[in-house]
Write a protein of this length. Sequence first.
Length: 325
Amino acid sequence: MLLSLLACASSPSGTPAATARPERALPIPLGLDAIITVPEDNPITLEKAALGRQLFADPLLSLDRTRSCASCHRLDAAFADSVRVSPGIRGRRTARNAPTLLNRAYGSSFFWDGRAPSLEHGVLLPIEDPNELALPMPRLLARLRADTRYRAQFRRAFPDGEISESTVSRALATYVRTLRSGDTPVDRYLAGDTAALAPAARRGRAVFLGKGGCADCHSGPTFTDERFHNTGIAVGTADVGRYAVTHDSADRGRFKTPTLRELVRTAPYMHDGSLPTLERVVEFYDGGGKANANLDPDIRPLRLTAAEKSELLAFLRALGGATTK
């Protein structure tokens, strides 16, 4: 399953931000929105998605040809990773936990600190990052242009273009836009199948929406408000979060709200991977996070009972479902 309906989106000023005219229509998993923002110069095609998928898995994109995008964003981990921070080339360590790429077609900014305003921009950053793939773009383009297979694939995907930084970014971004997760027990329950969600998970949904306050940040079809919040998780560390991008003191310690879809497969949790289990995450929020000057006002002690914690966990575990590849 990939894409079905793409529509025009508007910028805050009301002017068109993107126009989508896909060449082929493909289904969307149950529970996801049919509307996403696609740049006018990068409509989704199967040829671009196929090229992006091959690039994503190819260690040719790393300096020493040992790592790829798929090394840190693994299919078996819901396009996240199973370690606190992923290894880059030559044993170097990435700065933060690798977040899932699922449903990033609905994203408004990217990375834990929101440094990338678009997927086209974001997919290139790990390639040149010295602690990740560490490959300068001119060297990557030279490698691709020397490969007869890639020359043919780029011609199919971009008949009017050539192998360039732009076409590499557009192919990778297109592939990421096809990575979807939906059709979970929660989605089936909300669609009218009352037997899809176990009684404990139904009670957990009430905790999620009510006493737990989880939906204040984990909202909408992707279970994220796409905003930045300070939970105190970075207290005592050197990571300043969103502040590194905006230099606004109010953003110190704020990180992007992650999606909750497929979270059973995306452990460990938080921007630094410091919480190894969902149980630990629930305990962290039940305790009101960690106090600091910028703590989000919605973060407060919850005082959940043992039964409520168990039911909340049952609901969270029911957010896993069908995933595209």
